[in-house]
Design a protein around this ligand. Structure first.
Ligand SMILES: [Zn+2]
Length: 311
């Protein structure tokens, strides 16, 4: 865990400088027209709010938060960086309740902050995971209870999650309406390299899906096999156990419309974990880079959560 008393977490000017360094390693870039270097000048003096730049290219003004999930927020930037760091770091992340207490802001503000940061953590890469000589593990799990049911009696009354994990690599999770071979196959085609070896349990829907892959290996849990050699689904099962433990106390209230965002958060931490040689500072910097172009407005998220209780 980085030093939480570091200047960028306690001081507004230091926070802005830290975010500028991550977003603009080669100097400021105008978010309106892309101008750089001599075309961009810092507006000095007390007449301007700090951190403001003028662009000669488009005659516009901008600061480092324009076009990001932090834009137009009343919460100071150093609190945003603090919360982003807490959500990106460690294995389990930090709940909105903890952030509410640690930052001395309302629970509602903390809840909205967390959802915006999750948006920043979304993996927008269109490249498939896996590849030649690599293993992908695929599995599904069920969580929570769909609206209109008091208690989930069967998996039909729960929310389904389908996850692909590259062994010793990244995770990608998808909230699916219904677990059908067709839907899972679409996700697989878009996200997994067929050069990989695919590992699944014995569910029949995977058999056809496994065909295009370089190799397909089945772990037969029904026959008491829990991994023979490299025939395992231990990585994806490990991911699900972290996810379920982390969602405890949250998922009962987690509206279906928010589930994909929680999954983005768990995928992010799993894909940037220390085991992969990622240092403590890197995940937070990566999340900070992801803030661009994903502005999640209060209204949009508010509408989405209207029906659901805060969770
Ligand atoms: Zn410009």
């Amino acid at each position: 865990m980085a030093d939480l008393t570091a200047p960028q977490f306690t001081d507004e000017t230091a926070a802005r400088a830290a975010l500028e360094a991550v977003r603009w390693p080669n100097g400021p870039v105008c978010p309106h027209c892309g101008s750089v270097d001599d075309n961009v000048t810092k507006m000095e003096g007390k007449a301007h709010r700090p951190g403001l730049y003028h662009c000669k290219g488009c005659r516009g003004q901008f600061s480092v938060t324009v076009g990001t999930v932090y834009e137009r927020s009343k919460i100071p930037l150093h609190k945003w960086l603090f919360a982003t760091h807490l959500l990106a770091a460690g294995k389990k992340g930090t709940s909105a309740h903890q952030i509410h207490r640690m930052l001395g802001i309302t629970y509602k503000s903390a809840w909205f902050m967390c959802h915006r940061i999750r948006e920043a953590m979304k993996d927008t890469s269109s490249l498939p995971i896996g590849g030649g000589g690599k293993h992908i593990e695929a599995d599904e799990t069920y969580i929570g209870t769909k609206k209109g049911y008091n208690k989930a009696r069967s998996t039909h009354h729960k929310h389904a999650v389908f996850t692909l994990v590259e062994r010793s690599g990244k995770a990608r999770s998808f909230h699916v309406d219904k677990v059908t071979a067709k839907r899972l196959d679409e996700i697989m085609r878009a996200n997994a390299s067929i050069e990989s070896t695919l590992n699944t349990d014995e569910a029949l829907r995977y058999v056809k899906m496994g065909k295009p892959f370089a190799k397909y290996q089945v772990v037969n849990h029904g026959k008491g096999q829990y991994g023979l050699g490299d025939h395992t689904t231990n990585s994806v099962e490990g991911f699900f156990s972290i996810f379920k433990r982390g969602m405890k106390g949250v998922y009962q209230h987690c509206g279906e419309q928010h589930l994909q965002r929680y999954l983005a958060e768990f995928d992010f931490r799993y894909s940037n974990r220390a085991k992969l040689g990622v240092t403590d500072k890197e995940p937070a910097d990566k999340a900070l880079k992801g803030i661009e172009g994903k502005r999640l407005t209060y209204r949009r998220i508010n509408e989405a959560s209207k029906a659901a209780s805060l969770g």
